[in-house]
Design a protein around this ligand. Structure first.
Ligand code: COA
Length: 161
């Protein structure tokens, strides 16, 4: 996948990580599920029954691998059920040992590029509050108050595409 969203470290991220779209039901989808379970269920203690949902079968998913081909992160994009002009980004997850090296940035850039390519006007996401600065670096802005989802504090964030 081409990663066209400009950011300070964009070129370095492309050298470090490969991103590929994932068809739900494929072998790669099992890798995506494993990353999400390790991050959200094992690490963040989200109930396992909440992790996979009906959106997965229709969402656009990406899998990030490092230079050696090891899976390290994932994220998904889908149309906002409340507004067909809005693309929702979610399930952003980078394995703990791969954090801080630009993997999350590469995944988010790929999802934003896909949202632009599809013609959405706005990207929207539910950010865990600890990750607000990560999304702000891309131009997302918080919208509305903090709320709990699966027991974790979140805020809605938006970015015009
Ligand atoms: N708080 C503040 N800044 C953060 C941050 C955080 N939690 N996570 C990343 N950043 C910053 C980095 O310092 C970096 O800044 P720089 O461009 O100035 O160098 C930039 O954001 C990109 O960071 P990157 O290394 O690409 O992020 P990552 O690979 O560690 O992935 C997450 C970020 C949030 C996806 C990852 O920490 C993660 O999977 N966390 C657990 C699951 C989770 O909380 N997902 C988000 C749900 S909303």
């Amino acid at each position: 996948m081409n990663n066209e969203t400009p950011n300070a470290a964009g070129h370095a991220d492309q050298d470090r990580y490969q991103l590929r779209p994932v068809i739900w039901g494929s072998v790669d989808a099992e890798l995506v599920k494993e990353i999400r379970f390790r991050v959200f269920v094992d690490e963040q203690k989200v109930p396992a029954e909440l992790e996979l949902d009906e959106t997965d079968s229709t969402a656009f998913h990406v899998l990030a691998t490092d230079k050696s081909g090891e899976p390290c992160g994932t994220g998904r994009l889908y149309v906002d059920p409340e507004n067909a002009q809005h693309a929702k980004i979610g399930r952003m997850a980078v394995l703990a040992q791969h954090r801080g090296g630009g993997c999350g940035r590469a995944i988010l850039a790929a999802l934003i590029d896909e949202a632009r390519r599809c013609g959405y006007s706005v990207a929207i996401l539910s950010a865990q509050t600890h990750a607000l600065p990560f999304y702000e670096k891309f131009g997302f802005a918080s919208d509305g108050p903090e709320y709990l989802d699966a027991g974790i504090p979140h805020r809605t964030m938006l970015m015009t595409l």
